[in-house]
Design a protein around this ligand. Structure first.
Ligand code: F6R
Length: 588
């Protein structure tokens, strides 16, 4: 989950490392650090907090040296302290390492290293790597071979970047189940966890595969495969649009990304029809069909399942990615697993897909990040095309997932006529106009400890999504559930003034849902209706435009995203960087 960037260049690297660091900060933001080698000496600066708040960060930009690495941390092993922030240097400060992942066998490794006389300065799992590399470097006198030998001792997941004090001309890296990407520039070479880290300098990238080890100089890249042989791989060009990761005139990325949705849902609908047809064919022929994802993407997966069963009469099991390994009985040759993920790097999703493939299943994915592990390991991938999503909360990627999932289901149904996306885009733009009303709701309910989100049928995952958004951005306890479940427990929690967001578009479930809204209101709840039709039971009413039933979740998501965002701002949280979370959950 951490953000990593390293660079070897002709010129001083500190300023570009700091710039890259801010761009990958969404991956983790507990603490940050940087190391460079200058005049034969390794220098390390680190601090706790966001890069903008770290006192030492101001000094980082002045660090000299043409080789350097930087890291933003999302703590796993060891608290959020200066000592635990990366980079981690070895005993003699000859080697420095940054790492994203978890070293599962670090305790026995640490014990063995201490027995050999190594002294540890942190509580992290990462620090063992620098000590092991130091030993291997002493033995091999070769940075690449030392890195190769060191990673053979590691169990778990890692993307690492290593610097050697007496070799300022090189930097090495290695990966297993965590992303590491080479950026091939002119007179500068990068290693990073994300293209965004270096996209301002080059759009030429090489994605490393699991168990590969790499060495870069300012001009050369050398990749060694798991069999010890050199791997030749040409750089790919990634979209320059990725470099547009500014907030423009918006106060936060999250608000910008919410407002981009009239455009991003159109971009998501532009797909290669042959690929969509292949996706649909696989679903139709599947002996067993699983849909898997985490968090918000899981909610999009639930929507997809609903349409597949109700409209196409195809049975799909939707399983939270981290649990798929418990459901392998029906996975085998002829099975299909559909994985949804914004980042394409979520560890649980990757593990689920690999497990399914191990059982003989084919993997079909819907992903935003082209070149991500999921995109590369899937048999067929449809991209969301909604541009980089920097805000930790998934917003535009959710609505893009609904669009792409709908395209696939439509293809399964043999629907030929394309949707009128301009109309949907206008409807989303209309839905965004509720921002003022949402701010009034926030003023009224900002001090309430609990929120409930309810809906029926196809809209139920939208209720769950509304609750997830509110929890993660505002830190208010929230639950989302089907309206039918209310009387099986939750009604006991309803008091005078408890806010209940009721998602209830016109359609077959509308009347029944209104009865549930009455029941809530009779028990004192303040029912906030989100619907295309007003009703007197709603204390507050947010009108959403009428669109086709399959696209209704897209317009319903808008007020829910705005509610979470505005609540976060009202509570003086940082909506882009909610506490304890990270955008790309690359640890299990
Ligand atoms: C919620 C959120 C997370 C992600 C989840 C999966 O706003 O952002 O719940 O949806 O971590 O991430 P991806 O889609 O990258 O696999």
């Amino acid at each position: 989950m951490c953000g990593i960037i390293g660079c070897v260049a002709e010129e001083p690297v500190a300023a570009l490392l700091l710039d890259g660091l801010v761009r990958v900060e969404y991956r983790g933001y507990d603490s940050a650090g940087m190391a460079t080698i200058s005049r034969g000496k390794l220098g390390v600066k680190k601090g706790v907090g966001r890069v903008k708040d770290i006192e030492e960060a101001r000094k980082m930009s002045a660090m000299s040296g043409t080789v350097g690495m930087a890291h933003t941390r999302w703590a796993t092993h060891g608290g959020v302290t200066n000592a635990n922030a990366h980079p981690h240097a070895s005993c003699k400060e000859q080697v420095a390492v940054i790492h994203n992942g978890i070293i599962e066998n670090y305790i026995p490794l640490k014990k063995a290293l201490i027995a050999k006389g190594h002294r540890f300065k942190s509580e992290t799992d990462t620090e063992v790597i620098s000590h092991i590399v130091e030993d291997e470097y002493k033995r091999t006198k070769n940075p690449l071979r030392a890195t190769q030998a060191a990673v053979k001792k590691l169990k778990g997941q890692y993307a690492i970047v290593v610097m050697f004090q007496d070799r300022p001309d090189v930097m090495t890296g290695a990966r297993k189940d965590a992303p590491l990407i080479v950026g091939v520039g002119k007179g500068k070479m990068f290693l990073a966890s994300d293209v965004l880290a270096f996209i301002g300098h080059t759009d030429r990238t090489i994605f490393l595969d699991n168990y590969e080890v790499v060495q870069i100089t300012k001009e050369e890249v050398k990749i060694i495969g798991p069999d010890g042989r050199e791997v030749r791989r040409d750089p790919n060009q990634v979209a320059w649009e990725l470099s547009d990761v500014t907030k423009s005139d918006y106060a936060h990325y999250t608000l910008k990304e919410i407002n981009e949705q009239p455009k991003t849902i159109v971009a998501a609908s532009v797909q290669d029809p042959y690929k969509v047809a292949e996706f649909a064919r696989a679903i139709k022929r599947a002996k067993s069909l699983f849909i898997t994802a985490s968090g918000t993407s899981y909610h999009a997966g639930l929507l997809m399942k609903f349409r597949l069963s109700k409209e196409a009469r195809i049975r799909a099991d939707v399983v939270v990615a981290g649990e798929l390994k418990e459901h392998t009985e029906f996975l085998g040759k002829g099975s299909v697993v559909v994985a949804l993920s914004q980042s394409g790097e979520t560890a649980d999703v990757m593990e689920a897909v690999r497990e399914a493939k191990k059982h003989g299943a084919k993997a079909y994915s819907i992903v935003n990040a082209a070149g991500s592990s999921l995109a590369r390991e899937s048999d067929v991938t449809l991209l969301l095309n909604c541009g980089p999503e920097v805000g930790v909360a998934a917003t535009k990627s959710f609505t893009a997932q609904v669009v792409v999932a709908n395209l696939v289901v439509d293809a399964v149904l043999g629907k030929k006529k394309p949707d009128r996306l301009e109309e949907l885009s206008e409807a989303v733009a209309d839905a965004l106009k509720c921002d003022g009303q949402v701010q009034e709701l926030v003023r009224e309910y900002r001090d309430r400890p609990d929120f409930y989100f309810v809906a029926r049928g196809y809209e139920s995952p939208v209720a769950m999504e509304g609750a997830l958004k509110l929890k993660e951005l505002s830190y208010i306890h929230a639950e989302g559930m089907p309206a039918s479940e209310l009387k099986h427990g939750t009604l006991a929690l309803i008091e005078k003034g408890t806010p209940v967001v009721f998602i209830n578009p016109s359609g077959p479930n509308h009347a029944e849902s209104l009865s549930n809204a009455e029941e809530l209101s009779a028990r004192g709840a303040d029912v906030i209706g989100i619907s295309d039709v007003r009703d007197q039971v709603y204390k507050h009413y947010i009108q959403i435009p009428k669109v086709s039933p399959k696209s209704t979740p897209i317009v319903e998501a808008i007020p829910l995203q705005l509610l979470a965002y505005r609540m976060s701002v009202a509570k003086r949280n940082d909506p882009d960087y909610p506490r304890n979370l990270a955008k790309s959950v690359t640890v299990k």
